[in-house]
Structure formats: structure tokens, C-alpha cells
Write a protein that binds this ligand. Sequence first.
Ligand SMILES: NC(=O)c1ccc[n+]([C@@H]2O[C@H](COP(=O)([O-])OP(=O)(O)OC[C@H]3O[C@@H](n4cnc5c(N)ncnc54)[C@H](O)[C@@H]3O)[C@@H](O)[C@H]2O)c1
Ligand SMILES: O=P(O)(O)OC[C@H]1O[C@H](O[C@H]2[C@H](O)[C@@H](O)[C@@H](O)O[C@@H]2CO)[C@H](O)[C@@H](O)[C@@H]1O
Ligand SMILES: [Mn+2]
Length: 443
Amino acid sequence: MKKNSVLIAGGGSTYTAGIVMMLIENRDQFPLRKLKFYDIDEQRQKIVADACAIIVRERAPEIEFAATCDPEEAFTDVDFVMAHIRAGGLPMREKDEKIPMRYGVLGQETCGPGGMAYGMRSIPAVIQLIDYMEQYSPKAWLLNYSNPASIVAEATRALRPDSKIINICDMPVAIKKSFADILGMKDTDIVERYYGLNHFGWWTELYDKDGNDLMPRLKNHVKKWGYGPAGDACGNPLLADRSWLDTFRKVKDVYAVDPDTLPNTYLKYYLYSDYVAAHTNPEYTRANEVMDGREKTVFSECRRIARNGTAKDTSLESGEHAEFIVRLARALAYNTYERMLLIVPNNGAISNVDPTAMVEIPCIVSKRGYEPLCIGTIPNFQKGMIEQQVACEKLVVEAYREKSYQKLWQALTLSKTVPSAGVAKQILDDLIEENREYWPELK
Ligand SMILES: NC(=O)c1ccc[n+]([C@@H]2O[C@H](COP(=O)([O-])OP(=O)(O)OC[C@H]3O[C@@H](n4cnc5c(N)ncnc54)[C@H](O)[C@@H]3O)[C@@H](O)[C@H]2O)c1
Ligand SMILES: O=P(O)(O)OC[C@H]1O[C@H](O[C@H]2[C@H](O)[C@@H](O)[C@@H](O)O[C@@H]2CO)[C@H](O)[C@@H](O)[C@@H]1O
Ligand SMILES: [Mn+2]
């Protein structure tokens, strides 16, 4: 079996250690020869890298490990780049979330004005990663988690159409784990049909390996509990965070709008934007929760490992985020023909949606890349929502390319989360002020 060289871009991410654990645990199926980290923040990356160097040394000493901020060293001799960078870091996420709330509009990492602001920062950063990869390892694949994945995907389609990049999201995988918990099954035994945009999609069919329909049982549960557990019992670590449990519960109301399908949790931001805005503390948003929670937990554990010189008793662990990206790399490297949800050019897969939209749909993955499955015609409700959202995302990318204030204003105005062009303009003007370091100067 050929051994792989993997580069994790965004080495200082709170998710990096989880991916390292997953790569080590799965090296019989996806063998590694080299593992490198790349980041623009040397100090932040060092916290994670010092711990991961110990983990690799103790558990898989045959893997050559390095962490660097030098693009040439990072991107040379690489088979896969796994990217999860956050342009502007968590402090800018906090601004994305808080600025729209000044005007009564919800603030979210990937949805609405906050998502668009983040998109304007992420586009050049992810394009830069592609260019480094193509310069130093032109045969490599870039598997990208960096958000907002929809806008990033549209930008890569428009600006680097021939590049070997696949944009992905772990939300459907995480939701599928909830389906499995609800049904008392393994998630790998559930087959799905799903379509939409990133953080904006619907399941139309879920069945088991014998072809039995799982939708009726799931719908009965969702009507009462959303995607949360029945009652208070909960073994899912994600739902230990109150805000995630609320989101999983709110699916009950999102589902009620279209009981023929099961929705992605993120649709609450579009269908219940007033409720979300009214139920968010404008002084303490999700970015604050993450800085006080996941970031502190992961970094203090990394520092503890480095201090003790061992990771034998570590609490660091991998989850579905790591599992999904490693499975994707394995399918590309070893031709497994695995069926996975990817964000890809529509190209007719959803026949009544713009062929140039970047859609999230099931694909078959092999050494030759991905082959999307055909979805066919979708109903007017989903079609209308998708078209509005695709227009927003395309306008953000056009605004970035043309440095156009007008187009970014149109993008914000068109978002289902924003009540008027006047409010859109106020939010945009504040976002421009706070993003001067990251956005092109708009004309
Ligand atoms: N697609 C998905 O479903 C999914 C799931 C989880 C997380 N994410 C995304 O993963 C990313 C990381 O999340 P996090 O909470 O760990 O963030 P984080 O801020 O903890 O880590 C991101 C890292 O990226 C680095 N970085 C920023 N700009 C960079 C650049 N231009 N080049 C190289 N490195 C750069 C930062 O220095 C930081 O160390 C975010 O974009 C988040 O939205 C996506
Ligand atoms: O608010 P955050 O930073 O905790 O989460 C934002 C991300 O949420 C989704 O990712 C989930 C993921 O689905 C789950 O499997 C687990 O890994 O937790 C993640 C959240 O921490 C979403 O898909 C991402 O795009 C968001 O960045
Ligand atoms: Mn996602």
C-alpha cells in the first residue's frame, strides 16, 4: 500500500489534534509517511504541534512529523492538504456575530451577513493555499473544511476552476450520527439521499442496507424532539453545549415547514431568523462560547501533554469531523468508491437549479475524483430558497473579484436573514470598518 504525505493547513486549529488522532488510529487503512502542519500563526500552531509531536512519537514513530510557517517547506512533497483555516481567527468571528445584532439581525459564523463577512476574508486565504499546493505539489488534493464552505466553494469554482480542491462539511455526518442514535443503528448502515447548498439542505430519503425506509420512524421522533434525544438523556458530546442542543431541538419547527423532508440544522437561521435574533445574547455569542470552551480545553490539554512529555493518558480524541476527512482522503487514495456528500458544481444534478451553483449532494469517490449522483427536479419551496441563497453567495464572490460595494450590498440585501436594503447597508458599513485588514478596498 502506497504511504501518504499529509499537510494540515491551519495547524493551530482546535480540530487539528482530532485529525492527528484519527490519522494515527486509521493508518492500517490510510498509511502515512509524513505529517506536516502549516499555519500563519507560529505561536498558536506550536501549542498544538508540540503535543502532536509527542503523540506521533509515542504512537506512530515511523511517521516523519514537522510544523512550519514556511509555505515551500509545508507544501513540498504532499499528497493531501487537509485545510481548516479561520481567516481573522475567533476574534473576527465574534465581530461577524455581533455586528449584525446591533441592527436586530442574527449573527452567525456561516449564515447571513456574518457568513458573508467571513467569506470575504476566507476567499483570498483559501485561494492562497491552492496556489501554494499547485506550485509545490501539483498532483496533490486539497480537502477543504475552511468556512464559509459555500462561499469558498463558489470562489474556487469561479477563480480556480481546474484545481484539485474538494469542499466539505461535517454537519450532515454529525446529523446522520443523531439519526443513528434515534434509530438505535450504526450511522454506517444508513444510506441517504440529500441535496442543497452547504448548511442549506434537505434529506429526501434515508434507508437501511436492506432498502427499508427509515423516514417514518425518524419523522415521528423529529415531530416531538427535533434531532435531540427523547427527554433529557444525551450521550452526544456536541449536545453538551446548550446552544447546539437548542439548534438540534429547533429542527422540530424547521421540519414542520416541509414535512416531506428532513432539514439541515442550519435552516433555522433562514426560516426562523427573527426567533434566533431574539434568543441570542448580543454580548456573548457562539464565538465567546468557543473561546471559553473548545479552545481552552484543547489548548490546555496540548500544553499539559508538552509539560509532561507524554500523551499516554490524553483526553484528546477524534470525532466525525476527523473521520469524514480521513475517509475522503482514503477513498481518493485507494479507490474505495465510497458514497459521500460533497460540495460540487451542480452541472445538471439538480435539474431545475443553476448548473453553476455549488451544491451539496451525494457523490461516489475514487482515485479519479468524485462522480455526483443525479438528484432530478426539486419542489418549488426548496428551489426558491436555493436560488435566493445561490444569488447571495455568487454576489459575494463577484463583490470580492470586482471590489464592488454595490454587489456586496446587494448580497446582504438579498439574504433571507436581513429585513431591508437600509439595514443591509448599515451592517455592511460597520463590517467594512472592522474588516479593513482583510477585505479588498471596495469601490
Ligand atoms: N466545513 C465544516 O463543516 C467545518 C467544521 C468545523 C470547522 N470548520 C472550520 O474549520 C476552521 C477552523 O476552525 P477552528 O474553530 O479550529 O478555528 P481556529 O481559529 O481555532 O483555527 C484556525 C487556524 O487557522 C490559522 N489560519 C488563519 N488563516 C490562515 C492562513 N491564511 N493560512 C494558514 N493558517 C491560517 C489560524 O492561525 C488558526 O491557527 C474554521 O474555518 C471553521 O469554520 C468547518
Ligand atoms: O460553533 P462551533 O465552532 O462549535 O461549530 C461550528 C461548526 O459547526 C458544524 O460543525 C460541527 C460538527 O458538525 C460536529 O461534527 C462537531 O465536529 O462539532 C462541530 C462544531 O463544533 C459545522 O458543520 C461547521 O461548518 C461549523 O464550523
Ligand atoms: Mn459545516
